[in-house]
Design a protein around this ligand. Structure first.
Ligand SMILES: Cc1cc2nc3c(=O)[nH]c(=O)nc-3n(C[C@H](O)[C@H](O)[C@H](O)COP(=O)(O)O)c2cc1C
Length: 175
């Protein structure tokens, strides 16, 4: 029994260490949105967004199997990736909290099925049709085919690094 507890502690320690090492990869922050047949749309904060392919235009993100939104995301015919701006830390936190009235006070009328739901003032948006879904251990990997995208190149990104939000220092790296 004591050994089982020790093993569990060691596993938890290793998982924390793995997370900390992963956190050395600086990312942006995005909110995945999708319409639901009924009720408020899906909205979930992710840092796992990445590009995959130019031809066809593919992107990916991964979703924890424990997320309440997973079934709706698997079923939706259209989802969107909303890349957050430096000033949108509150939105990131809001969509990272399950069961929390994520859309309260956000002036977006849920659109009909098949339509994208876009967050206002995002730095970039990618509207996607589901392309593939893969097993990713305790996550599910979503690959989306981009059908429409737009960017605000004058904006500044919200950055996530070392488990904390950061703002980008735009000083060019030394040659
Ligand atoms: C900066 C940040 C990045 C995150 N990245 C991911 C991610 O890539 N995948 C994921 O499944 N959850 C990620 N999360 C956690 C989810 O946003 C969180 O579990 C959310 O509550 C899920 O919502 P739901 O349970 O209502 O579906 C992240 C949270 C934060 C704050």
């Amino acid at each position: 029994m004591a050994e089982t507890h020790a093993q569990r502690d060691a596993d938890a320690d290793e998982q924390r260490r793995f997370r900390s090492t992963l956190a050395m990869f600086a990312t942006g922050v995005a909110v995945i949105t999708a319409p639901r047949a009924q009720g408020a749309p899906v909205g979930i904060t992710v840092a796992s967004f990445n590009s995959v392919s130019l031809d066809p235009p593919l992107i990916l993100f991964s979703v924890d199997r424990r997320c309440l939104s997973l079934d709706d995301l698997c079923a939706t015919p259209r989802y969107a990736v909303n890349v957050l701006e430096a000033s949108q830390q509150d939105l990131s936190n809001r969509f990272a909290r399950a069961n929390s009235g994520k859309w309260d006070g956000i002036g977006i009328a849920p659109e009909g099925s098949g339509q994208a739901v876009l967050l206002p003032d995002a730095l970039a948006t990618f509207e996607c049709e589901p392309y593939a879904r893969h097993d990713g251990g305790d996550h599910v990997i979503f690959i989306g085919c981009v059908v429409r995208h737009r960017a605000r190149p004058d904006g500044r990104p919200l950055v996530f690094f070392g488990g904390r939000y950061r703002v980008l220092d735009e000083t060019p790296a030394a040659a």
